[in-house]
Design a protein around this ligand. Structure first.
Ligand code: KG4
Ligand code: ZN
Length: 332
């Protein structure tokens, strides 16, 4: 029997989860609404909100799982990558909890956590598989050979896919975070505007040119018609989303073909995008892939993915000492 408490605090979500023998019993996420009015995450405010939220969030995760805190066998926490001040709150909490309870401490890489969210429920991917991990800070194609044996085969050379959604939303005067809203408006639109596709080598990505193209497109058209944005918002969202998806899936297909991998997954906040999910299902049918798409609650930041990763590390006795410090940058 192993009961793991997972803690996630890398960006603007404070989350705690209880995992018992590989089964998630609770996954509590406290969203920080304080950033909305600034159009992006303010690191200092994120750290302060984590500090306020962490104890109530952990207490709620323990209550929902119907256990007593003395039953926790180990604590797993996100060591990085992420905002340093945010990571410090989760790391300090985990170290103090481990020390007070005299239980092992387990570090988890946030990007590995996103990928390992696929091991929360069936069907679980077979190794080796390829994972397109798309979040607010990262866009990666990862060859997953085993739980903690992962190779980065491609990544963005500038903005992440989530950043492309969020920065486009800002240009379109939509609130932060832009991804979910663009997804919603795109459903009512027609992707009739054609935005450029970057020419980037191998399995790498680029999204900064797209952002600039959208900015010029909006400025030019608004000059001619001041109501251009309001009148065409759904079609613009559908067109931007369409291009982001085509950039992502083109490289995923290239990587799967060249590496001869037929088990393919997506993970991270942008994997909640309905257009990406359905386009991937169609591509998988065409390519005869086995495709793995996470449940919505395990796409965006959550502690269940940290708890499940912690569970597999617990089985390997993979623990860290009290000397551990967070890492703002940390590759898979
Ligand atoms: O994984 P995540 O929760 O946090 C990071 O680790 O960065 O990802 C957050 C990102 C944001 O950029 C957000 O706009 C995007 O995921 N996102 C979406 C959707 N839901 C969240 N992007 C497109 N469509 C969505 N439905
Ligand atoms: Zn994330």
């Amino acid at each position: 029997m192993a009961t793991i408490l997972g803690i996630e605090s890398s960006c603007d979500e404070t989350s705690a989860s209880i995992c018992i023998d590989g089964e998630i019993r609770s996954n509590i996420i406290s969203n920080q609404t304080v950033h909305e009015k600034f159009g992006g995450v303010i690191p200092e405010l994120a750290s302060r909100a984590h500090q306020q939220n962490i104890i109530p969030t952990v207490s709620e995760a323990i209550r929902v799982a119907k256990i007593h805190k003395n039953e926790i066998d180990a604590i797993a926490f996100t060591r990085g990558p992420g905002l340093l001040g945010s990571l410090l709150v989760g790391t300090s909490f985990a170290k103090a909890f481990a020390l007070a309870r005299n239980i092992p401490l387990i570090e988890v890489n946030h990007m590995q956590g996103h990928i390992l969210a696929h091991f929360i429920e069936d069907p679980k991917p077979k190794f080796p598989f390829l994972c397109l991990t798309v979040s607010g800070g990262h866009t990666q194609i990862v060859l997953v050979k085993n739980y903690f044996d992962m190779e980065l085969v491609g990544q963005t050379i500038d903005d992440a896919a989530g950043e492309a959604f969020d920065k486009t939303a800002k240009i379109l005067n939509l609130p932060y975070p832009g991804g979910p809203l663009i997804d919603k408006l795109a459903k009512e639109g027609n992707p009739r505007f054609k935005f450029p596709e970057p020419q980037i080598k191998d399995f790498d990505f680029s999204f900064s040119g797209l952002k600039t193209a959208i900015l010029y497109f909006v400025q030019q058209n608004t000059k001619e018609n001041p109501n251009f944005l309001q009148e065409n918002i759904n079609d613009i969202c559908a067109s931007v989303q369409d291009r982001i998806i085509s950039i992502l899936l083109k490289k995923l297909k290239l990587a799967a073909n060249q590496l001869e991998i037929v088990d393919v997954a997506i993970a991270g906040g942008v994997s909640a995008n309905s257009g990406l999910r359905s386009a991937l299902v169609s591509l998988a049918e065409q390519e005869h892939w086995n495709v793995y798409i996470p449940k919505f609650e395990y796409c965006t930041d959550n502690a269940a993915m940290i708890a499940i990763a912690g569970y597999y590390k617990y089985l390997n006795n993979d623990f860290v000492s009290q000397e551990i410090a967070p890492l703002a940058r940390w590759s898979v």
